[in-house]
Design a binder for this molecule. Structure first.
Ligand code: SF4
Ligand code: SF4
Length: 70
């Protein structure tokens, strides 16, 4: 499963405006993304590693941290 390649999806709290674009655009947005004061990604076993969230974030706040050794 591709999801094991992702260690973490980091959201820069100083950049995130909680616009919700990442959750809206993510194919598994309802399972993965929580938008409170900032966005938070959880349940990464559902993540396809499509990187759409990171590329579509208008603030460039999302960093995908991979661990290719796993
Ligand atoms: S798209 Fe970017 S700025 Fe908008 S909620 Fe997600 S992480 Fe925050
Ligand atoms: S990489 Fe794709 S599946 Fe994973 S959180 Fe981002 S948009 Fe969703």
């Amino acid at each position: 499963m591709l999801g094991v390649l992702i260690l973490k999806i980091d959201v820069d709290k100083d950049k995130c405006t909680a616009c919700g674009e990442c959750k809206d655009i993510c194919p598994k947005g309802q399972k993965i993304w929580t938008i409170n004061k900032i966005a938070h990604a959880d349940n990464l076993q559902y993540c396809h590693v499509c990187t759409i969230c990171a590329s579509r974030c208008p603030e460039g706040a999302i960093t995908m941290i991979r661990n290719a050794s796993q």
